[in-house]
Each structure stands twice: as C-alpha cells, then as structure tokens.
Design a protein around this ligand. Structure first.
Ligand SMILES: Nc1ncnc2c1ncn2[C@@H]1O[C@H](COP(=O)(O)OP(=O)(O)OP(=O)(O)O)[C@@H](O)[C@H]1O
Length: 261
C-alpha cells in the first residue's frame, strides 16, 4: 500500500515575463526521505522552493503538504504548518547575537501581543524561558553553543549555514527545505553539516535539498529529482541518476565533471 507523500507538487508553472522558469513540474517527497533536487544552473530549483514555501505564487499547479493544499498561502502560514526552509544566502540578523537570532524565530510567542505583555507578564516570561531553553538545546545540537553571545555578523560562512539550520530547527518542522547547504562551506564544516542532516533524518525529519556538490548529494540523498528547463527530467536513486544519459546531457558543457568518478 502506498502512503500519501509528505509533500507533492503537481504541474507547477511559473513565468517571469517571457521566461518560463518552471514548466509543469511534478514530483513528491516521501515522509522520512532525504530527497535531492538537482539540475544545471537556471533549471528552476530555487523557483520551485519559492513556489512551495509561498514566497512566489505559481501561475498553475498545486502544492500539497500532508495531503492539504497549501498553494498560494503566505510564507508564515506555511512555516507554521511545519514546512521550513533555508535560503541560498543565509538571512540571519547580523547585528543580533546567535542566541537572539534563534529566539526571534516566530513560534507564536505570547509576548508578541500587546495585551499579553500588560496582563499576562508571568505567562510571557515563562514562555520566553522555554524558548530560550529550546534555543540553547538547538545550539548545542548544531555545535554553536560556544558562540551563543557572538554577533551573527561575525560568523564564518559555514557557521552561518549551521545557524540557518538551527533557526529552522527551532520551529520543530516536519519537512525542511535546504537551499544549497554546502555552498561556501569548508570541508570540515560540510562533513559536520552532513552528519547533522543524517542524524535529524534518523530521528524522523524529512528533507528536500538543493545542492550542486555532487559528493554531498550522492552521499545524502535518495531519491534524487533532476530538473532541467523547469521540469523533471529524471527521478530515481543516486545510481540511476548518475547513469542516465539524459541527465549527463543536461549537465553537458556546464557541470559534466560533477558526475565523474
Ligand atoms: N525573480 C525573477 N525574475 C526574473 N527571472 C527569474 C527570477 N527568478 C529566477 N529567474 C529566472 O528563472 C530561471 C530559473 O532560476 P532559478 O534560480 O530557479 O534556477 P536554479 O535552478 O535555482 O539555478 P541555480 O542553480 O543557478 O541557483 C533562470 O533563468 C532565472 O534567471
């Protein structure tokens, strides 16, 4: 018996002026998987992420999360349903500390409401403390606890990626979309990031990952969805994708070397 996938995109289309960036894109992400989304530059991967997470509205097609249609909902509503993402360029608040960055993740804090601050100060304080504890736990997990009081702007590129992951984990999501987690990360941190992703996956978290680093993709992801010119060219195991001549052809000229070895 096949189970309903955690995420399903059906026939997504997105035009930018005369350019069709996403062209009838259909694929699914099974619960418990680490699904890879790869393809040459400009294939439409980030646009697909933006369509799934509500940062862009599709011109056609549907997005279903846990069987529920979420097409066109605003990003904060999708986030609160348990679908969280990171960005290709991390979006931390550079002038806040690492800990403050995590405490700002919108979890529906009681303290946000004007009336709560005035009439329920103890409840607000208790909730703030719970959020702080959660933030410290998450920082320990991503091994950034020693940097909790550092300004986020002072972190290295790799540490900023770990902070992005930590921000996403604050919300205890069911599905995490990672946009190029390996970009700009040194090999040591890359290994750590991969270990953290695998550990979270073993605990039941599902991932959809855009990545250009083929070593990382082949190590982490199964299945892999290959996008080319806005639609799915191939979907399958790392081995099946690696051997498919259509996939190699799509990468020809650009990144053919990525598949060698
Ligand atoms: N906001 C936008 N306005 C106009 N064109 C856009 C916009 N966003 C993306 N595009 C175009 O849509 C196409 C798909 O871009 P997208 O960033 O989704 O590809 P990608 O597969 O993520 O590429 P990369 O691997 O280089 O990040 C590209 O031709 C890009 O130039």
């Amino acid at each position: 018996m096949s189970r309903e996938p955690l995420l399903r995109v059906e026939g997504l289309v997105k035009d930018f002026g005369g350019l069709r960036a996403v062209n009838g894109c259909t694929f699914a992400v099974a619960e418990g998987s680490i699904t890879g989304l790869i393809g040459p530059n400009g294939a439409g991967k980030t646009t697909v992420f933006n369509l799934i997470t509500g940062f862009l509205r599709p011109d056609a097609g549907r997005v279903l999360f846990q069987g529920e249609e979420i097409t066109g909902l605003p990003p904060y509503r999708i986030f609160r349903k348990g679908l969280a993402r990171t960005f290709q360029i991390p979006r931390e608040h550079r002038l806040l500390t690492v800990l403050e960055n995590l405490m700002l993740v919108p979890l529906g804090q009681l303290g946000e409401g004007f009336w709560n601050v005035w009439f329920r100060p103890q409840a607000v304080r208790a909730q703030e403390e719970a959020i702080r504890q959660r933030a410290l736990e998450v920082l320990e997990f991503v091994e950034l606890l020693h940097l909790k009081d550092e300004y986020a702007g002072n972190l290295s590129g790799g540490q900023r990626k770990l902070l992005e992951l930590a921000r996403v984990l604050m919300a205890e999501p069911r599905l995490v979309l990672l946009d190029e987690p390996g970009a700009g990360v040194n090999p040591t941190l890359m290994k750590k990031l991969a270990e953290k992703i695998l550990e979270l996956n073993r605990k039941g978290l599902t991932f959809l990952i855009i990545e250009h680093d083929m070593d990382l993709v082949m190590r982490l992801c199964d299945p892999i969805v290959v996008l080319s010119e806005g639609s799915v060219l191939k979907e399958g195991s790392p081995e099946a994708v690696r051997r498919d001549p259509k996939v190699l052809e799509a990468y020809l000229g650009g990144q053919y070397g990525a598949f060698e070895g």
